[in-house]
Each structure stands twice: as structure tokens, then as C-alpha cells.
Write a new protein. Structure first.
Length: 459
């Protein structure tokens, strides 16, 4: 049995390796995903209790893995991206709040006033730490430093505990089913478009919609100012073709095309051109309907992975398929309401359009949130259809456009971020002259980890 699993794992690893090195694989990869809320409901568990003890999900996770075929694990460990409530509640977050159905949601919040743009531009990192985070996290109140320190340490411990509580069953299922283990450690990252970052946590949707008319030049400067923070946050330590730096794209479909081109796109484009220059793949979830922006997307670096929520598959394939990896567009609502035959037919129809020429990953327009959002039998049928129908007759042939085919040159100034709160090795060395130079890498690594923690609290 172990030999069979090992062989399956090797086959899956080759599928992903071929694909991300621009070789048509034997077949499409299958990546199904079921969140912790669905696992709890499927297992007949209380969704609130499992949100504070993910070890309870071991049995339903095991059953889902038997039920649904996937080349990657259909269940995953908890973490800050999955919004574990303990972390946010201990910090008194007003920007990530648990609702009455057990989901941690992001209400519209304002962390910066419209007259504070100059402060943000002058030292973005300091402004986030001194002004925005204390406004969004009420327990991080500098007037009560002991309580603030206690709550931060408790929140970090809670997050580590939440992750650790599900790792045993997650790793066991990885080995049992021979799932593809993902890109190498440190080869991926996550951040936001600079404009979206300012909108989400600093100015709010309604606030930035006013600012683009009233404070247009300041907003453009602010996008340039936070760009280095976003780039640093997403920068992988170990770039690899199978890894990528992802961004959820929130604001463009609510903007005028002129504003999108002049204010939103320049810093986003610059960010990914610099990633491409380092051989790092970009990845974006184009939320809502991006049909009017398809030609604009062609300005982004080659080899990016673009996931679409809505749109016409044939047009997207024709316009973008040679330059980018495409994903999404299968309506998750059909999995809930359709018959098994309708679901399978739709999957084949989409594959017939998107598979030719390569560069396609089967995916849904959005992930299901609750058990009532999805018929698991239909999901299992679609997974098997993708595996069995999505077979290529020309594996090994090249496809698409590799990362940095354009020959971008890295602009080192994008990492030249000045802030009074970044760790300064020279200053530290002067104070503690006996510290060996070999210790510098560790201190700077700790500083980066702290930076990432703060930034994730705002995304």
C-alpha cells in the first residue's frame, strides 16, 4: 500500500512540475477544497466549538478525503488566512469579527482619516503601527502597555495552537492519500494591490471612492508609498516555479476605467514586474466580472495565474490564454442546485473550451462556505470527471509564456523601505559590539516575521 501511495504522490508531483514548467501534463490536476465550517457541519459538530478546537475535525476530514477525489488535500490546517477567531478576539479586532453563523467577517471599517495621507506617505510602516492597528485592534492600546503586551502574546499563542491542533490529522491524511504536498516551503506569498490595501483597512470602500475624486494625487502617492510594504510582505524566501505570490483583487470592477488605469494599475503592475524579474510567479483572483478589463490585464507580466469569478470562458481563453495560466469560472451554485448530469456536463463543456493549448487549472468561481452551499455528491462527481475527462493527447509539449519572458530587470529601490520601526543591524551592533555578524541573519528574519504578522492583521 505504501508503494502505491508513493507512486501516486510521484505522479501527482510530476503533473504539477510539468504544468508550472510550461509543459502540458498528462491530465488536468484536481484541486478540491472544503473549509473547516463545512467539515464541522458534515461531521454533525458545533461550528463554534470546532472554531476553537480544530482537532475535533479529524474524523469528518478523514471521511471527506475518502469521498472526494483530489490531487491536493481537500482539507487544510487552520491559520491566519483562514481567520481563526481566537486571534482576532483576543486583540479586540473591529475589522475581522465573528458573525452569528461562525464566520470571521470583514465589515467596512476606517483606520485612517482623509487628512492623514501625508503621515501615511511619510512613513507608511510607522503610521500603520502607531495609528491604524490600534484603531482596528482595541486591545492594542498604547496607554495600557502591559495589557497590550499580554494580549499580543496570547493572540500569537492562540494562533500557533489553532494551527498545531489540526496538523496531526492533516499530515496523516497527506501521507495516507499521497496528496501533492504543494510548492516547496518558502516559495509562495500573499499581499494586496496597494490601492486595495488602502481601501480595505485604511479608508474603506466608501471613503476611497470619495478620495479618488477629492484627493486623487495624494491617493496616487499613497499607493506608491505602500507598494514597498506590499512587495516585501509577499516576497518569497525561496522562489520556485510551483510557488506564487497571490493577491485578491477587490476594487477594480467598482471603478471607472480611467481611474483603474491611472490610479489602481500602475503600482500593481510595478509590483508584479519586479516579482517577475526575480523569477517569481504572480497569482490573482479577479473578483466579480473583469470582462471590460481583459485587454488591460495583458499589461501584466507573463506566466501569472489569473482566477476569474465571472465572465465568458471563450473570450477569456482567446484573449489571455497564451500569456497567462487561467482558472475559475465553474459556477459553484450549479454544484448546489444542479443534477449530477448537469454538473458533469458543465465541467466537460468548460474543459472543452479551456484545455486546448494548455495553461488551464479547473476551478470554481468561488469556494463554498457552508454545507448548504454545496452538494457533496455532485462535487465528488465533478472531481472524478475532471480527473478522467481532462486528459491531454499531447503531454510534454510546451505551452504558454514562461515567467519573465519579457526580461524585466529588478528595481532594488522597491526594497529600500525606511522606517523607525524596522530592525537596524548597524545600530544594534554599535550597542552590542560583541554580537557576531553571523547573528544578523536571524535578527533580520525575526524582524521580517514580525512585519508579516502586522501586515496580515491588516489584510
Amino acid at each position: 500500500m505504501k508503494e502505491e501511495v508513493k507512486k501516486l504522490q510521484q505522479e501527482r508531483a510530476k503533473l504539477f512540475s510539468d504544468f508550472y514548467n510550461n509543459k502540458i501534463p498528462e491530465r488536468l490536476t484536481v484541486s478540491m477544497s472544503v473549509g473547516s465550517h463545512i467539515l464541522a457541519e458534515f461531521g454533525g459538530l458545533n461550528v463554534f466549538e470546532t472554531s476553537y478546537d480544530y482537532s475535533k475535525l479529524a474524523e469528518p476530514a478523514k471521511q471527506i478525503c475518502k469521498m472526494i477525489y483530489s490531487d491536493t488535500s481537500p482539507v487544510g490546517p487552520a491559520g491566519i488566512i483562514s481567520r481563526t477567531p481566537s486571534f482576532y478576539q483576543l486583540l479586540g479586532s473591529q475589522s475581522f469579527v465573528m458573525g452569528n453563523k461562525g464566520f470571521v467577517q470583514h465589515p467596512e471599517v476606517v483606520g485612517m482619516n482623509d487628512d492623514e495621507y501625508p503621515e501615511l506617505i511619510a512613513d507608511p510602516y510607522a503610521f500603520l503601527l502607531e495609528k491604524v492597528i490600534p484603531r482596528q485592534y482595541q486591545e492594542l492600546d498604547a496607554t495600557n502597555p502591559v495589557r497590550m503586551l499580554n494580549r499580543m502574546q496570547m493572540a500569537k499563542a492562540a494562533l500557533a495552537n489553532d494551527t498545531a491542533s489540526c496538523m496531526p490529522w492533516f499530515l496523516a491524511l497527506q501521507e495516507e492519500h499521497g496528496y501533492y504536498k504543494g510548492a516547496p516551503m518558502g516559495s509562495g506569498g500573499f499581499c494586496e494591490a496597494p490601492y486595495d490595501f488602502i481601501a480595505d483597512q485604511l479608508r474603506s470602500f466608501s471613503g476611497i471612492s470619495k478620495d479618488i475624486r477629492r484627493h486623487r494625487e495624494l491617493l496616487k502617492e499613497a499607493c506608491e508609498a505602500v507598494l514597498p510594504l506590499m512587495f516585501r510582505m509577499g516576497l518569497p524566501a525561496n522562489p520556485h516555479p510551483e510557488g506564487a505570490v497571490g493577491t485578491p483583487l477587490h476594487m477594480p470592477t467598482f471603478m471607472r476605467e480611467k481611474d483603474f488605469m491611472e490610479v489602481w494599475l500602475p503600482t500593481y503592475k510595478k509590483m508584479y514586474e519586479n516579482y517577475a524579474a526575480l523569477g517569481i510567479r504572480g497569482s490573482a483572483f479577479c473578483e466579480d466580472d473583469w470582462m471590460r478589463y481583459l485587454d488591460n490585464l495583458l499589461e501584466l507580466p507573463a506566466g501569472m495565474r489569473l482566477m476569474f469569478e465571472y465572465g465568458d470562458p471563450q473570450t477569456i481563453k482567446d484573449k489571455l490564454g497564451k500569456k497567462f495560466i487561467l482558472q475559475g469560472l465553474y459556477p459553484i451554485a450549479l454544484i448546489k442546485h444542479g443534477t449530477k448530469e448537469e454538473c458533469v456536463y458543465k465541467a466537460k463543456e468548460l474543459m472543452d473550451i479551456m484545455m486546448p493549448g494548455g495553461g488551464y487549472i479547473f476551478g470554481f468561481d468561488k469556494g463554498p462556505l457552508t454545507l448548504s452551499d454545496v452538494n457533496l455528491e455532485n462535487l465528488a462527481a465533478v472531481a472524478e470527471t475532471v480527473r478522467d475527462y481532462g486528459v491531454y493527447d499531447n503531454p510534454g509539449e510546451p505551452f504558454g509564456t514562461p515567467v519573465n519572458s519579457e526580461g524585466f530587470v529588478f528595481d532594488e529601490s522597491i526594497l529600500n523601505i525606511k522606517s523607525k520601526y524596522f530592525f537596524d543591524w548597524e545600530e544594534f551592533k554599535a550597542k552590542y559590539p560583541h554580537t557576531p555578524d553571523a547573528a544578523r541573519a536571524n535578527f533580520e528574519k525575526f524582524d521580517k516575521q514580525l512585519f508579516d504578522q502586522y501586515m496580515l492583521m491588516l489584510i
